[in-house]
Structure formats: C-alpha cells, structure tokens
Design a protein around this ligand. Sequence first.
Ligand SMILES: Nc1ncnc2c1ncn2[C@@H]1O[C@H](COP(=O)(O)OP(=O)(O)OP(=O)(O)O)[C@@H](O)[C@H]1O
Length: 325
Amino acid sequence: MTTTAALTIDRLRVVYGSHSALDDVSLQVRPGEILGILGPNGAGKSTLLRAITGKLRPSSGQIFIAGKALSPGKAYQHSIGFTPQFLGLYRHLTGRENLAFFARCTGVSRHQMPARVSQALEEIELTDNADVRVDQLSGGMQRRLHLAATLVSHPSLLVLDEPTAGVDLGVRLSIHDLIRRRAEQGVAVVVVTHELDEAEVLSHRVALLHQGQLKALDEPQALIQETFGNRQLFVVRTVHMLPPALCERLQEMGFRPCSDESSDESSEWWLESDLPLDRLIDHLYRDLGGAREAIAEVSIRRPGLKNVMQQVTGARSDTAVETVS
Ligand SMILES: Nc1ncnc2c1ncn2[C@@H]1O[C@H](COP(=O)(O)OP(=O)(O)OP(=O)(O)O)[C@@H](O)[C@H]1O
C-alpha cells in the first residue's frame, strides 16, 4: 500500500529577475514526518516556504499537497498551517481571544471552536493564563501561543519558519515536544531552522539548500555518516580570538572555524583527520610555535550536521589531512 505524500515538490524553480533562487528542487514529505530545511543565508529557504504556502508563483515546477496541485494564492483550499518567524499575535487581546480569532480565520466552526481553543491552550500549558493579555505574557509563552495559533485549525501540513528563534532552552524543548506530538498524530512538518543542533535532534530528515539547489536530503545521522564515515573531528579551542596570521596558519593545516564562515570571529576550529590525537597535538605545537599558549583545549568530537553543512557549502579543504600527516 502506498501512502500519498503530504507534500510533493516537483522540479521547482523560482527566478527573481535574472537570479535563480530555487533551481530544480524536488522532494517529498510523508504524513507524520518532520523535515528540517537548512542552508546558509540566501540559500532559498524562505523562497521555498513561500512557494509551499502558495505565496508566490514558481517559475516552473509543481507543488502537490496531499496529492492535489497547489495553486498560488489558493493555499486556503488545502490544510496548511504556516507559522512565520516573527510573532503575529494581537498584543491587546488575551491568549484565548487570539486563538479564537485565528480559529475563525482558518474555518473552524463556532461549534468546534471552544474545544479547539481549550485543547490548544492545554497543549501549550497556557490554560491558567488563558485570559491574560498577550503583552503581559512572557516571551516564551508568546512564542508557544504563536505556534498554537497555527495548530488550532488542525492543519495536516505544518510549515514553520524558525519556531524557536530567540527562546531559552526550556521553551525550545517544549516547542519541540509540541511539534513531535503533532507529527505523531500524522501531521507532516516542514521546519526551517538555522540551529543545526536542533535540526539534528528534531528532524526525521533534513534538506540542505545552497545557492538555490538541494545539495542533500536524508536522515541527519545518515548524512553525517555519508560525509564523515566513522572519522572523528579534532576541535581546537583557543583562549581568545587569534590574530590573522595564526588563523591563516590553522587554515593552512586544514582547520575550519566552528562558529561561522568568518575565521576571525572563531575561537573554536575543527579538523577531520585520521591522525592519533598525540600526533595532531605535536603538529599543532610545532606549527604554531611560540603562539601555542593560545591553545586552551584540544578535543575529539563526533561530527554533527554543522560540520556536514560546512563540508557541503564551504570551500572544501582537500589538503586537510595530508598537511598535518
Ligand atoms: N523578492 C525578491 N526579489 C529578488 N531577489 C530575492 C527576493 N527574495 C529573495 N531574493 C534572493 O533570492 C535568494 C534566496 O533568498 P531567500 O530569502 O529565499 O533565502 P534564505 O535561505 O531564506 O535566506 P535567509 O536565511 O537569509 O533568510 C537570495 O539571493 C535573495 O537575495
């Protein structure tokens, strides 16, 4: 028996003027699956979400929601719930009033509304503060309410743009639980996040976008295994940010900054290598010479999606292992 995909994207192309923002992207999301969409700035993530939610007309290709072709501007015909990145709540209304408003807007009947609103309030543990105005709620409560405003209509496809941006760990974990519970009930979830550690624990599969192209699509652990096999990473932490000459030296040895693509803002560097740790430390000490007191710690770490992303999108350093061997 085949299950109809909750979302099918077929050879999607979006061109802005002469710039190709999405280039021949195809993927499917099954009911109950959480798909993380990852990629550096400008990769095409928002464009993809706008296409899935019918907010833009693709230059070519098609999108199907539960097997039915999506017409741009007519997403309301499908059961899609979209939670944008920035809070869209009525601050002078209470949580309960906000949920009732969003339920009405998305077609929940008067008859169903009280039960739906109560259920959503319970889900986000806001029942006790349901009648407090939004502007008096904590930031974490507002974030959960923002998500609940989408959940209240019981969409079968949930599209989330950075649902945990700017929240603390406790709120983040409770939002993860909310998303997982809906997925367990059969809801398909597409979630854009810049937090690669989050994507690794939350997503069943991840799609890596770079310059509008789908570079990888797989389960997080499978991607890590495909990219790094059983190799481990050496991570060097420095006591402070290094002067440019030392950054260059580390890069010549094949190290990459952990924080982002900008080497002069990183005090952590990683290297994929088969060398034993003691030999690597010898090389480091020899190569950094008098600057070795800048090293605070050398450790071995399991690669993560962050490293996969750097490997897929960054300039590949093929000389890494040879340089220090
Ligand atoms: N309305 C537009 N007109 C012209 N170019 C656009 C438009 N929207 C996005 N772009 C360009 O398309 C590319 C993809 O943009 P998009 O916003 O989808 O990327 P993103 O992955 O969401 O980035 P970010 O993480 O910074 O939000 C970028 O090069 C961007 O400058």
